[in-house]
Design a protein around this ligand. Structure first.
Ligand SMILES: [Zn+2]
Length: 429
């Protein structure tokens, strides 16, 4: 037997969470959502950026060979798990909205603030005013923060430009900020986040612009992989969302959807029908919506940071799980409704705010999130051949992620087989 020659070995972990579920290739549902593929007292060996071997610590010596100069990290008493995958963020924005946060704590609602020119419109003004360089610098700094908190892959949406010029600028800034950064960024075109002020009274004309000009321009410039629509009462109707996402699909952008956040609108049903990769939010999903998602390959992405931050009732995670919806978790990081950028906090909120088990939350933040981004063949689990995106947690058991909610437990971050962050700091190359 030829032993793989490895350049990095994580040894003697108390638990390695492989996320393997033998015999199941698709996203995890129902009881499979609890399957961590847990190996006690195990080691993980990495070769040229990929997982080469995972198994009992006592067998590592026979199973692998260490290359000269290989790095060995003792993970004794700690957890090794896949890097977190944040599958829903609005990362490339300018301008925080801490003033609105304070108003909400005084009792004003998100919708009242939006009606007075705040909300998304205030981020649109700030983002339009920023230069591409300024936005790229903001992106870079935020990716650093994500990385030290254990996020190794992130989806990031435009949607604060709301014109061809500014949406393209926002997506170019995202690409520039992400260039050569260890965090892998998967971009989404969200020109249908809101209606820009100049089209408030002629919404169909803005939908025309999205379909005929913006989507083709984004696709031509190869600035996005996915397209998303904020389908919600008072924003985009399901008919408009269908038209936009079908046009996007014709241009090679995979659809995803902001669905049923404040009121049930049939958006989850639409997501299932058109084969969207994910339907996100779902805090007001109808029974028909749940059934449609459960019988589809569309991932239901829950964003507990948003309902927690808005202090509104969360999604019914248990009903969704019991019905067979494949769930992912994400931060929804944005300057308005969820300024939370930590997947560790989201896993904690999944327990304390949504009633999910820690096991379910970890699966939803890794392998199911990889499915939501159509990357499950490469990331989200610790199996030989997969990309070596891994975390060492300063905890003896994965349940600490939820139990010690908010504690910075991510000790070492490995991306494509390289140690890229340690103890809350970016590792120097
Ligand atoms: Zn969102």
């Amino acid at each position: 037997m030829i032993r793989p020659v490895c350049d990095l070995l994580l040894e003697n972990a108390a638990e390695v969470l492989t996320m393997e579920r033998p015999g199941l290739a698709g996203p995890r549902r129902r009881e499979d959502l609890s399957e961590l593929g847990r190996m006690a007292e195990a080691s993980v060996a990495i070769s040229h950026g990929a997982i080469a071997w995972v198994g009992p610590a006592a067998q590592a010596q026979q199973a692998i060979e260490l290359a000269p100069g290989a790095i060995r990290i003792d993970a004794r008493g700690r957890v090794v798990c896949p890097g977190f995958i944040d599958s829903h963020t609005h990362l490339p924005f300018a301008g925080w909205r801490h003033d609105e946060f304070e108003r909400r704590l005084r009792g004003e609602t998100y919708q009242e603030i939006a009606a007075q020119g705040g909300g998304i419109q205030s981020s649109v003004r700030a983002t339009r005013a920023a230069t591409e360089e300024e936005l790229a610098a903001l992106v870079r700094a935020r990716l650093d923060r994500l990385l030290v908190q254990g996020t190794t892959t992130v989806e990031a949406k435009s949607g604060y430009g709301l014109s061809t010029e500014h949406e393209l600028k926002q997506l170019r800034a995202l690409a520039r900020g992400a260039a050569e950064h260890p965090v892998e960024v998967l971009p989404t075109f969200l020109g249908a986040h809101e209606f820009p002020p100049e089209y408030r009274d002629d919404r169909e004309r803005y939908v025309d612009l999205l379909v005929k000009e913006m989507i083709p321009a984004v696709a031509r410039a190869k600035l996005a992989l996915f397209a998303d629509v904020f389908c919600e009462r008072g924003v985009y109707t399901t008919a408009q969302a269908r038209r936009i996402l079908e046009a996007a699909r014709d241009h090679g952008l995979r659809p995803r959807l902001h669905a049923d956040e404040f009121a049930p609108s049939g958006a989850a049903e639409l997501a299932a029908e058109i084969g969207a990769l994910s339907a996100d939010h779902l805090s007001a999903i109808s029974q028909q919506g749940i059934e449609a998602l459960a019988s589809s390959s569309t991932i239901g992405t829950l964003l507990p940071g948003t309902t927690f931050s808005l202090r509104i009732p969360p999604a019914h995670a248990r009903r969704l799980i019991d019905a067979g919806v494949a769930l992912a978790l994400a931060t929804d990081f944005n300057p308005g409704s969820s300024a939370i950028d930590s997947m560790g906090i989201v896993i904690g909120l999944a327990g304390l705010h949504l009633g999910m088990q820690p096991k379910e939350a970890v699966v939803a933040a890794t392998i199911n999130a990889a499915f939501a981004l159509d990357r499950a063949d490469r990331i989200g689990s610790i199996l030989p051949g997969k990309q070596a995106d891994l975390l060492i947690l300063d905890a003896p058991d994965h349940r600490h992620l939820a139990y010690r909610f908010g504690a910075p437990l991510v000790q070492v971050v490995i991306k494509k087989g390289k140690v890229v962050a340690r103890e809350g700091r970016i590792a120097s190359a």
